[in-house]
Design a binder for this molecule. Structure first.
Ligand SMILES: [Zn+2]
Length: 123
Protein backbone atom coordinates (compact mmCIF):
# COMPACT_ATOMS: atom_id res chain seq x y z
CA UNK A 1 0.00 0.00 0.00
CA UNK A 2 1.38 3.38 -0.93
CA UNK A 3 0.60 6.83 0.36
CA UNK A 4 -1.78 8.78 -1.82
CA UNK A 5 -0.03 11.41 -3.94
CA UNK A 6 -1.50 14.83 -4.55
CA UNK A 7 -3.34 15.26 -7.84
CA UNK A 8 -0.73 17.80 -8.95
CA UNK A 9 2.12 15.36 -8.32
CA UNK A 10 0.16 12.63 -10.07
CA UNK A 11 -0.32 14.85 -13.13
CA UNK A 12 3.36 15.83 -13.30
CA UNK A 13 4.39 12.16 -13.04
CA UNK A 14 1.76 11.22 -15.67
CA UNK A 15 0.25 8.42 -13.60
CA UNK A 16 -3.14 6.74 -13.86
CA UNK A 17 -5.73 8.95 -12.10
CA UNK A 18 -7.59 6.01 -10.54
CA UNK A 19 -4.78 4.02 -8.91
CA UNK A 20 -1.84 6.48 -9.13
CA UNK A 21 0.42 3.51 -9.96
CA UNK A 22 0.30 2.79 -13.70
CA UNK A 23 1.97 4.99 -16.30
CA UNK A 24 -0.28 6.88 -18.74
CA UNK A 25 2.32 6.80 -21.53
CA UNK A 26 4.55 4.11 -22.95
CA UNK A 27 8.17 4.28 -21.84
CA UNK A 28 10.80 5.08 -22.91
CA UNK A 29 9.84 8.29 -24.73
CA UNK A 30 10.42 8.32 -28.48
CA UNK A 31 9.45 10.90 -31.06
CA UNK A 32 7.84 8.37 -33.40
CA UNK A 33 5.11 7.44 -30.90
CA UNK A 34 5.32 10.36 -28.50
CA UNK A 35 1.61 10.27 -27.63
CA UNK A 36 1.26 6.48 -27.56
CA UNK A 37 -0.64 5.29 -24.51
CA UNK A 38 -1.37 1.74 -23.36
CA UNK A 39 -5.01 0.66 -23.81
CA UNK A 40 -5.41 -0.10 -20.11
CA UNK A 41 -3.65 0.73 -16.87
CA UNK A 42 -1.09 -1.94 -16.02
CA UNK A 43 -2.09 -1.78 -12.36
CA UNK A 44 -5.89 -1.27 -12.12
CA UNK A 45 -7.03 -2.01 -15.71
CA UNK A 46 -8.61 1.45 -16.16
CA UNK A 47 -9.29 2.11 -19.85
CA UNK A 48 -7.18 5.05 -21.00
CA UNK A 49 -9.36 5.81 -24.04
CA UNK A 50 -12.92 5.25 -22.82
CA UNK A 51 -14.45 6.21 -26.18
CA UNK A 52 -13.20 7.03 -29.69
CA UNK A 53 -12.01 10.61 -29.96
CA UNK A 54 -11.80 10.94 -26.20
CA UNK A 55 -8.68 13.12 -26.33
CA UNK A 56 -10.08 15.78 -28.68
CA UNK A 57 -10.95 17.75 -25.55
CA UNK A 58 -7.27 17.72 -24.58
CA UNK A 59 -6.59 19.91 -27.61
CA UNK A 60 -8.50 22.74 -25.95
CA UNK A 61 -6.44 22.36 -22.78
CA UNK A 62 -3.28 22.35 -24.90
CA UNK A 63 -4.42 25.51 -26.65
CA UNK A 64 -5.15 27.28 -23.36
CA UNK A 65 -1.83 26.22 -21.79
CA UNK A 66 0.15 27.26 -24.85
CA UNK A 67 -1.66 30.58 -25.28
CA UNK A 68 -1.06 31.68 -21.68
CA UNK A 69 2.54 30.47 -21.70
CA UNK A 70 3.40 32.18 -24.99
CA UNK A 71 1.54 35.38 -24.13
CA UNK A 72 3.50 35.57 -20.90
CA UNK A 73 6.78 34.96 -22.70
CA UNK A 74 5.90 37.54 -25.36
CA UNK A 75 5.07 40.07 -22.65
CA UNK A 76 8.36 39.48 -20.85
CA UNK A 77 10.38 39.63 -24.09
CA UNK A 78 8.74 42.76 -25.50
CA UNK A 79 7.93 44.75 -22.37
CA UNK A 80 10.63 43.43 -20.06
CA UNK A 81 13.62 43.11 -22.37
CA UNK A 82 12.56 45.48 -25.16
CA UNK A 83 13.02 42.82 -27.85
CA UNK A 84 11.61 43.21 -31.36
CA UNK A 85 8.40 41.44 -32.35
CA UNK A 86 10.30 39.28 -34.88
CA UNK A 87 12.80 38.10 -32.28
CA UNK A 88 9.97 37.39 -29.87
CA UNK A 89 8.16 35.32 -32.49
CA UNK A 90 11.36 33.38 -33.20
CA UNK A 91 11.67 32.53 -29.49
CA UNK A 92 8.00 31.57 -29.20
CA UNK A 93 8.04 29.36 -32.29
CA UNK A 94 11.25 27.65 -31.12
CA UNK A 95 9.76 27.02 -27.68
CA UNK A 96 6.53 25.79 -29.28
CA UNK A 97 8.46 23.18 -31.25
CA UNK A 98 10.55 22.10 -28.27
CA UNK A 99 7.61 21.94 -25.84
CA UNK A 100 5.02 20.49 -28.25
CA UNK A 101 5.03 16.91 -27.00
CA UNK A 102 5.29 17.92 -23.36
CA UNK A 103 2.27 20.21 -23.72
CA UNK A 104 0.31 17.57 -25.61
CA UNK A 105 1.07 14.92 -22.98
CA UNK A 106 0.25 17.15 -20.02
CA UNK A 107 -3.01 18.14 -21.74
CA UNK A 108 -4.01 14.50 -22.11
CA UNK A 109 -3.14 13.84 -18.48
CA UNK A 110 -5.21 16.84 -17.36
CA UNK A 111 -8.09 15.72 -19.55
CA UNK A 112 -8.23 12.18 -18.17
CA UNK A 113 -7.96 13.58 -14.63
CA UNK A 114 -11.16 15.57 -15.21
CA UNK A 115 -13.21 12.43 -15.79
CA UNK A 116 -11.46 9.62 -13.90
CA UNK A 117 -11.17 10.09 -10.15
CA UNK A 118 -8.87 8.53 -7.58
CA UNK A 119 -10.20 5.36 -5.98
CA UNK A 120 -8.36 3.94 -2.95
CA UNK A 121 -9.81 0.51 -3.74
CA UNK A 122 -7.40 0.17 -6.68
CA UNK A 123 -4.13 1.05 -4.91
ZN1 LIG B 1 -4.51 2.55 -12.76
Amino acid sequence: MHQRRSTFSNIIKKKCPRCQQGDLFLKPFNYKDALAMPDHCSHCNQKFEPEPGYYYGAMFISYILSAFLFLGIAGVCILGFGMSVNATFAIIISLGIVLFFYTARISRVLWIHTTVKYDAQYE
